[in-house]
Design a protein around this ligand. Sequence first.
Ligand code: KG4
Ligand code: ZN
Length: 331
Amino acid sequence: MATIILGIETSCDDTAAAVLIDGKLHANVVAQQLEHQTHGGVIPELASRAHVQRIIPVVEAALSKANIDKNDLTAVAYTQGPGLLGSLLVGNAFAKSLSLALNIPLIAVHHMQAHLLVHFIDDEYPTPSFPFLGLTVSGGHTQLVRVENSSSFTILGETKDDAAGEAFDKTGKMLGLPYPAGPIMDRYAKKGQPRFSFGKPNVDGLDFSFSGLKTSVLYFLRQEQDKNKNFIEENLYDLCASIQNSIIEILTNKVKKAISETGLQQLVLGGGVSANSGLRQALEQINIAVYLPPLPYTTDNAAMIAIAGHLKLKDGKSSLLTSEPKARISI
Ligand code: KG4
Ligand code: ZN
């Protein structure tokens, strides 16, 4: 009999559902919440309300796209955390109700593990083998992890302050770009030259820091705007290229260090910032096998939750109906 997993993702501002049949993706529906754009960041209360409104239509759309009746589902996997508690609660309550009503296993999934496990979807893209070095780069996380198998993740290094996505979004805000600024900066950077340089972090080991870059950009902009009030408008593309370059340099330096320290021969990328074209190019220059997620799997999606659930179920792991959402939960 086929293994049919419904994946549900509601950790932040995207309401997403996916259907995976025997490891192959049959539907991947994401409803993005555009209501946060004008606020310069995600407003948690708005996000939870939007999830409540969208979860049923999004799940129905995924089931219908996959041509699956809910009674055919083998299990339901949902994002347990990390994320915004109010947002996570919606997916948790929905998944538990469905599991109870259909009498099928409930599988709680770690969002950042799922960002890396998305590479195991049975599709035309190459799949890494264990163990590998994982780099998670999202709006809330930046971590280097050793992944032994689908349920064993060891943190080798992580950010001491802002995440890489936050560095894009916060510096982008200084340039007057709407939230999330990351994808816009990526586009503008292609039209500019990285001719400005900013302060470099000095962090031990495999940890990262992005707050110094943020401050360095802030002071640089203030100083230049005192001389020319149109400085940002006149240099927008070069500023984007320069900031993006600095973020990429911080990430690639630590990735190279991790490779030489661990001897791992495969690098697997996950998280929203892995969509960045400059970062993808830079990492592909590194002399080991690099697995970049296909673009639809970079930002938050439920396909990654479904495959993580599929792998857990294969290992005989499921969760109790008492399973709770967790805003903070270590990988
Ligand atoms: O993984 P994700 O969708 O949500 C979290 O789990 O946080 O990541 C969202 C982050 C945002 O900070 C967004 O600006 C960034 O990913 N992002 C990008 C790009 N696309 C999304 N950053 C740089 N370049 C991109 N192309
Ligand atoms: Zn994410």
